[in-house]
Design a binder for this molecule. Sequence first.
Ligand SMILES: [Cu+2]
Length: 185
Amino acid sequence: MAGTPRGRLLAIVLLVAVVLVPASAKDYTVGDSSGWKPGVDYTAWAKGKSFAIGDTLSFQYSSSHSVLEVSEADHSTCSASNPLRSHRDQSTTVPLTKPGTRYFICGAAGHCASGMKLAITVSGGSDSGSSAGPAMRAMNTTPAAGGATTTADVGQSDSSAAGTGARLATGLLFAAVGLAVLMMG
Ligand SMILES: [Cu+2]
């Protein structure tokens, strides 16, 4: 296909778009329009949301508040004396980089007890409901072609689809960049 330079450029752009779109992450504004302040039920806010690696939390608050990331114990007791990280810039973005539960409270006296506490759980796999999912899964099964295809292989390919997808995306991205460099040179 794509014999002309213009055609090849288009192909590269499409390829890069396909690679990048599934990686697009959600940014959650904590408390939505209420932001980060006392009197908001952040447990209710977090309920029903599925946080994934690559998503971000955005805390919006006035100068009388802060965002402290704390341990589970300090979260439950509203202890602000030993934060893992603390932020006071009134607009704090927290990237969710790994699976697990993360705990946040406000450091101002009494505010955590007034509801300024948040616990969110980041799920392990990437929740890609995009069109790239089935394609990557299909490509993932091809290395088994030479050997005996067992049901175990199929099950494994499904559970490791996210990791394979990430590697595939990286490979495609390098291929696209390489092509672009070749064309420009
Ligand atoms: Cu506060």
